[in-house]
Design a protein around this ligand. Structure first.
Ligand code: FE2
Ligand code: FE2
Length: 267
């Protein structure tokens, strides 16, 4: 089994200082094999904010895996945004913006979906889609887990634009095999199998809200604990209450079948 702790949208610069120790305890209690951080480490890509984000990740007690988000590239410094957009992320967080890690039961595939030409909107290109497809097709007993800041599908009421290339990626990957997408960006929690979309039954998308910041848009701060057992996956959302810390809120269990992801009763 592989246990992941998914956190996202830390937004250092707008973090809730008193929440941070509770988040560390929640993660340590879950004893994950890897902590997945789905981008937006900081609010405005300033060095002081990145230093605070770095101090936080240095306190994590398990290996962590990350991709950048749109807030991790400069907004107002146009030169930096155009010519070295990921320099601060590389300096403070990780040299690698698209890591790949194998565990016993999963292959974690990081995708950098930031686009320096857009403020919010992400993008994915053909080479990134092909790289993911090759990993999914390996069929080595590991579940392909794609980690990207921007979600690949969102509900109609979401005001943000869906990233460019998302529909094409989902269509391509549906021919490659079962896979899971972990993301953030929307600052809201969702577990969504694409069973109702033509050709989309192979994708299970999970995105969590802002784990640490005041930018939670009325949703509680949260994280997800994800257990990957072969073709089965259990997801547990934990939400933050200032009086109580992070506590389990809801649970989901899915199994990959030839006709797509199926919801299983939670035991
Ligand atoms: Fe964000
Ligand atoms: Fe974002």
């Amino acid at each position: 089994m592989t246990r992941l702790a998914l956190i996202a949208d830390l937004h250092f610069g707008r973090e809730i200082e008193d929440l941070l120790p509770h988040l560390l305890v929640a993660i340590e209690t879950a004893r994950p094999d890897h902590i997945v951080i789905a981008g937006d480490f900081v609010q405005r890509a300033r060095a002081s904010q990145f230093r605070r984000a770095r101090a936080f990740v240095d306190r994590l007690q398990a290996p962590w895996f990350s991709v950048p988000g749109n807030h991790d590239i400069p907004l107002y410094n146009i030169l930096a945004r155009l010519f070295w957009p990921r320099a601060a992320y590389r300096r403070h967080i990780s040299q690698e913006t698209e890591p790949t890690v194998q565990t016993d039961t999963a292959t974690l595939i990081g995708i950098d979906t930031t686009d320096p030409l857009r403020v919010q909107r992400g993008r994915i290109n053909g080479a990134q889609i092909d790289r993911v497809c090759a990993e999914i097709k390996k069929d080595d007993g590991r579940l392909a887990v794609i980690i990207a800041h921007h979600p690949f599908h969102q509900n109609l009421e979401v005001e943000k634009n869906l990233m460019r290339g998302a529909a094409g990626a989902l269509e391509a990957w549906s021919d490659c095999g079962p896979h899971v997408i972990l993301s953030g960006h929307l600052h809201s929690f969702l577990v969504e199998p694409f069973v109702t979309r033509k050709g989309g039954g192979q994708t299970l998308q999970v995105h969590c809200g802002s784990s640490t910041s005041t930018r939670h848009r009325g949703n509680p701060n949260d994280l997800a604990i994800i257990d990957i057992l072969g073709s089965k996956i259990n997801i547990s959302r934990h939400t933050f209450d200032p009086a109580d810390g992070f506590k389990p809120h809801s649970h989901y269990s899915y199994a990959a079948t030839p006709s797509g992801w199926k919801l299983k009763p939670v035991l």
